[in-house]
Design a protein around this ligand. Sequence first.
Ligand code: NAP
Length: 273
Amino acid sequence: MSATAAENFADRPVALVTGAGSGIGRAVSLDLVRTHRIAVVDRDAAAAAAVVAAAGGVGHAEAYAVDVTEEESLQDAVRRVLQTFGRLDAVAACAGIASGGTVETTTLGDWHRTLAVNLTGVFLTARVTVPHLRATRGSFTAIASDAGTTGAMDMAAYTASKHAVLGLVRGMALDFGRDGVRSNVVCPGFVETPMARGIFADAPEGTEEFYRELIPLGRFAEAEDVAAVVRHLVESRYTNGHAYAIDGGSTAGYYRNPAAPFVAATGGSHGEH
Ligand code: NAP
């Protein structure tokens, strides 16, 4: 970005987004860049650079190649963010990985890898950014999952990591609320991203349709739907310690698609009771 273009956006607040090279983090970055200067953080340098290119003209974004499990490289990136932008107002911790398996079939290696990215990554991101959020009375938003509030079959490590993120961020809401720092969690159901595409590509035929049938709104979320919730939480003045479900209603209660055959509703023998 040219010096003049950077100057044009110099009065905007600053947001740091992890996992910003793909899916939800990408959509969050491209949404927030309309009002914020953005630090686009991803372990994939080319993907982060592509998001910066896509944000060109709309606002000021810079790419940082960082693995969120490595505290020193995160710390170094935050130092550079402060040098470039001078402040930090909002953090969206979107970096995460999927992993399958029950407690019997999850290897210890997969367990450690999943918790390292999904939980320790959020912890470290918070640890290196909270001091700067305190200075601006800013906000921290983490992307957990509906698997952070309900059990999910065959996803032992993932479910444990996401439940833990809710606990971590709720604790932050208490620890830093007095400093004016708000901390919240977003809990999406399936979202149309490379992560979800990968899960369905590896799953038996019919899996995608099965999960879509469980959603009252009848579709998976778009990454932009989640980005709109993140924006809401960033802009909110009083929301703190909240876990925001964005899942089309799938965790609202037991649900069956009214279009699907169900004996009680169609006058079958059980319907007479
Ligand atoms: P995605 O498209 O795979 O994007 C995740 C991004 O995070 C990728 O660019 C990935 O890089 C990056 N990343 C992974 N590990 C990292 C690390 N150690 N350091 C830095 N960056 C790292 O996935 P998504 O669907 O957007 O998922 C974003 C978040 O939403 C995750 O926390 C996920 O658990 C959560 N979520 C997703 C869904 C869904 O259905 N998609 C539902 C509920 C919650 P690589 O490509 O190199 O791995």
